[in-house]
Write a protein that binds this ligand. Sequence first.
Ligand SMILES: Nc1ncnc2c1ncn2[C@@H]1O[C@H](COP(=O)(O)OP(=O)(O)OP(=O)(O)O)[C@@H](O)[C@H]1O
Ligand SMILES: [Mg+2]
Length: 216
Amino acid sequence: MDCYPFSIASIRNSSQVKFHPDVTFLVGENGSGKSTLLEAIAALLGFSPEGGTVNVNLDSADDRSILHEHLKASRSVIRPRESYFLRAESFFNVATADNYFNLGKLHQQSHGEAFLDVLTNRLNGDGIYLFDEPEAALSPVRQLAAVQRIHSLVEKDSQFIIATHSPILMAYPRARILQFDEFGINEISYTETEHYKFTKNFLNNHGAMMHHLLKT
Ligand SMILES: Nc1ncnc2c1ncn2[C@@H]1O[C@H](COP(=O)(O)OP(=O)(O)OP(=O)(O)O)[C@@H](O)[C@H]1O
Ligand SMILES: [Mg+2]
């Protein structure tokens, strides 16, 4: 149990993870195991590790973990009509393989525009959607637009699991926030998250914090 993924403390110290029926956010420091769990859930649901729909099959990552072989879903999944696994790093590969996009259209859009296009036009609801840091492409204002779109898909019987560092996204109220740390994977309130506390403090004190940080 010393090797990846059980070398990760949050994974090793967690035996059960409960998801919210609407949105579950996975939060925690870099390297705390969020993507590892998300990829294992994706594998359990039959996605290619690169992402996309269940039908997109781009198995180029040969370093995937075997965590999914150790996961057991405690309640059988009602087969959703639609599913989508979105990872920032493979978004363009997946979008290229996805019939929704024609290449000309895709390459005329910025990363953020293409992502919002997927969220707005590609996803229809009654689905399960796994996103890994969807904020990577989005300005703060567009992150709020993404929240609005996520909400309208939730209203259409969708479930999301989203790994994020964005204090904007994780403010969405119909959600459970799961924190990954050395103690395991545990529920935490929005205002208890490091992202909320640190960002709030930083924005209120950016001058003094920068001064302190940079003084030699
Ligand atoms: N294929 C792999 N083989 C061995 N170790 C890995 C592999 N992939 C990730 N790790 C290690 O597992 C730990 C958790 O990685 P993971 O990508 O799940 O973190 P994360 O919480 O998603 O971080 P971030 O917020 O930076 O995306 C890290 O220490 C990482 O170095
Ligand atoms: Mg990650």
